[in-house]
Design a protein around this ligand. Structure first.
Ligand code: PMV
Length: 325
């Protein structure tokens, strides 16, 4: 299935052996309107569209070259061939045409702080696709790169861009209309910081969590409708640079996603007591008139969104805030 998508997108491209190295950087992205649920699990095609902002200071810089034996160096440490990270990455690379008898040597440097509880797969797969494109001089369109990155990890489709982007759910069964595009908005006063509650690996992976949510949560039946409304309002808020409305919609959308997760059986509950304590702190700051909101993904950590004018107050309330935007 995935191989067919790759073949279609590379149909008119030549792949010949070169001794060059393809290098590229891709940022992580934080979704303000979430992706939770796949209409095609094999191809990572989502049930709804989603919208994110990229974090240029965190990401992956990946170099790929052809080699006789496979190797994968991550932050200057060689990854064992039996490590799941290695297998997942090389299974992905195996989708792409390469000269017979050749595999890849991969070197990746991540600027994502270790233990930050940030999923690195989005920037990892997006950087890999860009690096392959450079190695082979395919000169693929951003749309094609986004579709290819999506095959590695859904949210990777949004890591091809700086700033805001929207991943369109699309309607086609082959997923050729399910890719991300840059959005023309800017929000110069927006700041973001991470509140790390736990840096442990999540117990329930996103694919598994999405599947059981879609199968068992009754609240999930209203999720697509909520996303449709939140997405439309988010566009209006971004167009008018209305930071408070952007924050409000992002927080409500994240809570809506977590409501469907908690309504799942067995429950997909990523929250820890510290998560709730920090949410109350954010709400208390808001009651004092500060523009501060949060979003959260498939884990207990919070991404705090706030107005640049309130940076000092937010940093005072969260002394361990890890600034990222
Ligand atoms: O791309 P995945 O499979 O890691 O899923 C990401 C899911 C969320 O982070 C929870 C939401 C999102 O839109 O990024």
């Amino acid at each position: 299935m995935k191989k067919k998508t790759v073949q279609t997108l590379l149909a008119d491209k030549q792949t010949v052996y070169t001794d060059k190295i393809g290098t590229a950087f891709a940022p992580v992205n934080f979704a303000l309107i979430k992706y939770w649920g796949k209409r095609d699990i094999a191809l990572n095609i989502p049930i709804t569209s989603s919208l994110s902002v990229s974090i240029p200071q965190f990401g992956a810089e990946t170099s790929i070259s052809y080699a006789k034996t496979p190797s994968f160096s991550l932050n200057n440490t060689e990854i064992d061939q039996n490590d799941p990270i290695f297998t997942r990455f090389f299974d992905f690379l195996a989708l792409f045409p390469h000269p017979a008898d050749m595999t890849y040597a991969v070197k990746s440097l991540s600027t994502i702080p270790v233990g930050a509880g940030l999923a690195s797969s989005a920037s990892g797969f997006a950087a890999a696709v860009k690096a392959l494109d450079r190695l082979n001089e395919w000169k693929l369109s951003t749309t094609a790169l986004s579709i290819l990155a999506r095959l590695g990890s859904g949210s990777a489709s949004r890591s091809l861009f700086d700033g805001f982007s929207q991943w369109h759910a699309g309607t086609q069964a082959d997923g050729m209309d399910s890719y991300a595009e840059a959005l023309p908005y800017t929000l110069p006063d927006l700041r973001m910081g991470l509140v790390i509650v736990s840096s442990q690996k999540k117990k329930i992976g996103s694919t598994e969590g999405m599947k059981s949510t879609a199968e068992t949560s009754i609240l999930y039946r209203s999720w697509a409708e909520k996303v449709r409304i939140d997405l439309a309002n988010m566009h209006l808020a971004l167009q008018s640079q209305d930071l408070d409305t952007v924050g409000k919609i992002a927080e409500s959308n994240a809570l809506g996603m977590h409501a469907t997760m908690i309504d799942t059986w067995p429950p997909v509950l990523y929250w820890q007591p510290e998560t709730v304590r920090n949410i109350h702190k954010i709400h208390a700051l808001r009651e004092k008139g500060l523009s501060v909101y949060f979003t959260m993904d498939a884990g207990p950590n919070l991404k705090v969104l706030f107005h640049t004018a309130h940076t000092t107050a937010v940093q005072k309330a969260f002394p361990n805030l890890h600034m990222c935007l």
